[in-house]
Design a protein around this ligand. Sequence first.
Ligand code: HEC
Ligand code: HEC
Length: 316
Amino acid sequence: MRTHILATLAMAMIGSAGCVGGLTDAGPMTGSGSDTNPDATPRQQFDRTVAPLLVSERCAGCHVGPETGATNMFLGTANSNDSFYAGITNDRAINGNFNPAAAALLAKGQHEGPKWSVAEAATISDWLDAESAGRDTGSGTPTQPNPTNPALSVTGAEEQWAACLSVSQTEFTTTKAYAIADMQTENGRCYSCHEPGGAGGAYWGRNNQYLDMLSKWQTEVFITGAFQAQTVSTGGTVSYTMAVASNKICSKGKEQDNSAGTHPKFDCNQNVDGVVVLDAMASFTTMVQAKADSGACPTPAFRDPTAGSGSGSGAN
Ligand code: HEC
Ligand code: HEC
């Protein structure tokens, strides 16, 4: 189903091979033939094909440890398959919402660590596809956007929201919805990890006067880091509106207390930059919804993640 993406990825890797010493030894094509997949679950596939690629000094040597600094410990805190699996599946930026084309795990390439061979990339891509098939990543057939009323499906509501966000810079700036990037945790402010090159998904960053963050919120992968679809039922018809993903954000801050993960602790009801952050995001959401309701937004569409940030004059 995603063969074309894989082909593109392979081409990109071949295309960039010249500058960093070429592809590494390709090795056997483990797990990339769909006809002979012996694994009953995506987790089994991960354990058999992907985890062995991550071990010891290859990736784990630098990406296993506590989440206390800017290097993304996306393999968790222990050298075990459980830790690797939980770390990768919890980190939206790393797994690209289980879309190989958007996964930093595949896109990173040569850095202080090595890059993947074509065969290894195919193995990881296959596994992400298997995970995606077993999860609700927000873009399945039952939620296909309805062209006349986008609010009738989750994906449609998200696309409409993305389009409305693209014309809501002024509201973003005046409500200070951006202040979430500046919230404090026991291990530093959100931006210290959630900016490019740092750890973490969701994208809470300061770059370009916070407008890069607003741009990220418009992409398919990150929109559900900040917002979530809510069901509205009117006269037997179900439709969807978008709300701040406060439960998810707040539970991230309590993960350690609930023994649900290792994310740095924080209080989600913080006052920074002169606002209570979740209130500021709620005010912003109300204004964006008013635009959606009045038909003042462009055609519903996610933002192309490779496009530049901002859409004109910038914040003031
Ligand atoms: C020698 C240490 C080292 C090794 C080994 C290593 N990395 Fe990294 N990695 C880093 C550092 C340091 C950064 C942060 C700076 C940067 O982005 O280049 C990083 C960043 C990353 C990022 C970006 C994280 C983000 O959220 O932006 C990804 C993805 C990544 N590495 C993947 C890998 C993979 C996959 C492997 C194994 C094939 C690997 N790394 C091996 C040191 C390493
Ligand atoms: C010390 C580094 C660090 C700091 C500081 C930090 N985070 Fe994170 N955050 C991460 C990492 C790594 C992940 C991905 C793995 C995970 O979920 O634990 C993450 C994931 C998240 C997620 C889930 C992302 C998604 O898209 O599903 C949310 C929400 C989040 N962080 C919110 C925050 C907020 C809000 C702050 C500031 C109050 C903050 N984080 C500060 C490292 C950090």
